[in-house]
Structures are given as structure tokens and as C-alpha cells.
Design a protein around this ligand. Structure first.
Ligand code: HEM
Length: 120
């Protein structure tokens, strides 16, 4: 149940980010709307909280928890890259955007493999 809520927030954060990048590029004036400004913080906060809830529910700290630390760190890296995507323009924006998407992909791989360095 909690895992499905976590996954719902993963989807909302992902599509919310894609939507805001599209707005930043094509309709930047819409980003001034209060709910569009506020929602990414609320969604990221709830994603983090459901993740922490899952850690306790699954007693994941009892085993090797490197992957959880990796997810936490990468989530903040993703948020930083997301902010850069929104603030930069031109080529810099797309580099940050690509890096943010890669970060998300990496987090999902870590989530499924439970290995921070799943490629080794
Ligand atoms: C952008 C951020 C995040 C993404 C994309 C993400 C993605 C996922 C996905 C896809 C799963 C399902 C894995 C499976 O079914 O095996 C999952 C589960 C889980 N996530 Fe996250 N997550 C994120 C953030 C976090 C954070 C910050 C934490 C910890 C503080 C966390 C802790 C967990 C835990 C404990 C599970 C349950 C694993 C299981 O029961 O198999 N997640 N996450």
C-alpha cells in the first residue's frame, strides 16, 4: 500500500518536472502561478516521507542500507539538477535536464536492484 503511494509520487514528481520544463520553455509566464510554484516542493516532500516510511516498514536498515543512502543523496542531486534546469537557459538548460533524467533513471535502477553500484 505505502509502496504504491510512493510509486504514485514518483510518477507525479516525474511528470510534474517534465511539465514544468515544458512550461519554462514555451509558457514561462505560467510558472508564476502559485500552485505551480508550490506543488513540486509538496510532491518531493511527500515522496521523501513515503520513502522514509517504507524504510521503517521494510526494516531495511537491518540489512545493507547503502542503496537507501544512495537514493537519498541522488534525490537531492535530482532536485538540484531540476532547479538548474528551470533557472538556466539554452544549452545549459538541456544539459541539466539530461543529467536530471539520468539521475531519475539511476534512482529507479537502485530502487529495483537495492544496489548503489548495480552495474559492478
Ligand atoms: C526520486 C526519488 C525516488 C524514486 C524515483 C524512487 C523509486 C522507487 C521505486 C521504483 C520503488 C519500487 C522498487 C520495487 O518495487 O522493488 C521504490 C521503493 C522504495 N523506495 Fe523509493 N524512490 C525515490 C526516493 C526514495 C527515498 C528518498 C527513499 C528513502 C528515504 C526511498 C525508499 C524506498 C524504499 C524503502 C522502497 C521499498 C523497497 C521494496 O519494498 O522493495 N525512496 N522507490
Amino acid at each position: 500500500m505505502l509502496k504504491h503511494i510512493h510509486l504514485l509520487f514518483v510518477a507525479l514528481v516525474t511528470f510534474g518536472f517534465l511539465g514544468r520544463v515544458a512550461l519554462a520553455q514555451y509558457r514561462p509566464e505560467m510558472l508564476q502561478q502559485k500552485w505551480i510554484k508550490l506543488s513540486p516542493h509538496i510532491l518531493a516532500g511527500l515522496l521523501l516521507l513515503t520513502g522514509i516510511g517504507l524504510v521503517f516498514q521494510g526494516n531495511w536498515l537491518a540489512n545493507s542500507y547503502g542503496w537507501i543512502v544512495a537514493k537519498l543523496i541522488l534525490m537531492f542531486v535530482f532536485i538540484g539538477l531540476g532547479l538548474m534546469t528551470m533557472r538556466e537557459q539554452g544549452q545549459k538548460r538541456w544539459i541539466a535536464f539530461g543529467a536530471a533524467l539520468f539521475c531519475l533513471f539511476y534512482i529507479v535502477k537502485v530502487a529495483f536492484t537495492k544496489q548503489a553500484f548495480f552495474f559492478l
